[in-house]
Design a protein around this ligand. Structure first.
Ligand SMILES: CC(C)(COP(=O)(O)OP(=O)(O)OC[C@H]1O[C@@H](n2cnc3c(N)ncnc32)[C@H](O)[C@@H]1OP(=O)(O)O)[C@@H](O)C(=O)NCCC(=O)NCCS
Length: 134
């Protein structure tokens, strides 16, 4: 989340009272890669067959330690192996610089309403062919 996000926006994006069964089902669907530190999960991210990154998250307590970058390297390598031509993700404002530093560009900015609360994000994409020829 954006550090300037309001408490309402944080609660809408990551509700404290969440549906465990729904999250279990979501994880089964997206099949994420999980980064662990001392046996504890600290980050996770997925890569769908069409190149879409549905979730990319590093625990706030473990931010800016290079964990997100390691996870991104793994996903970028996988995308290259799978010959995915275009990767996309809906990225929060606070995560934009991280995705930009990994070759993603903003396609369109949007405001989505989650649980009645407006949240800003951007659709970002990375064209693999361009990155290979750099
Ligand atoms: C964005 C996010 C994935 C970054 O993960 P991280 O583990 O903290 O990132 P890293 O430590 O690997 O950072 C690597 C580089 O990315 C850039 N970067 C990361 N977070 C940044 C930020 N908030 N602002 C500016 N640059 C950032 C920096 O260049 C950083 O290198 P540095 O620390 O040497 O300056 C993480 O903060 C996060 O999960 N945010 C919330 C969830 C989210 O919005 N997900 C996005 C799409 S679903």
């Amino acid at each position: 989340m954006n550090p300037r996000s309001t408490p309402e926006q944080c609660e809408a994006w990551a509700p404290t009272d969440y549906d465990v069964a729904q999250w279990n089902e979501r994880f089964r669907r997206i099949q994420p890669f999980v980064a662990e530190l001392d046996g504890q999960p600290v980050a996770y991210a997925d890569l769908q067959a069409n190149g879409y990154i549905d979730h990319f998250f590093v625990s706030a307590a473990h931010a800016r330690r290079g964990i997100g970058q390691q996870l991104m390297h793994h996903i970028l390598e996988l995308a290259a192996q799978r010959e995915v031509s275009r990767m996309q993700a809906h990225v929060s404002l606070s995560a934009e610089p991280f995705f930009a530093s990994n070759g993603f560009r903003v396609v369109v900015r949007q405001t989505v309403t989650v649980r009645g609360v407006p949240l800003d994000n951007a659709l970002m994409e990375r064209m693999q062919a361009e990155c290979f020829t750099r």
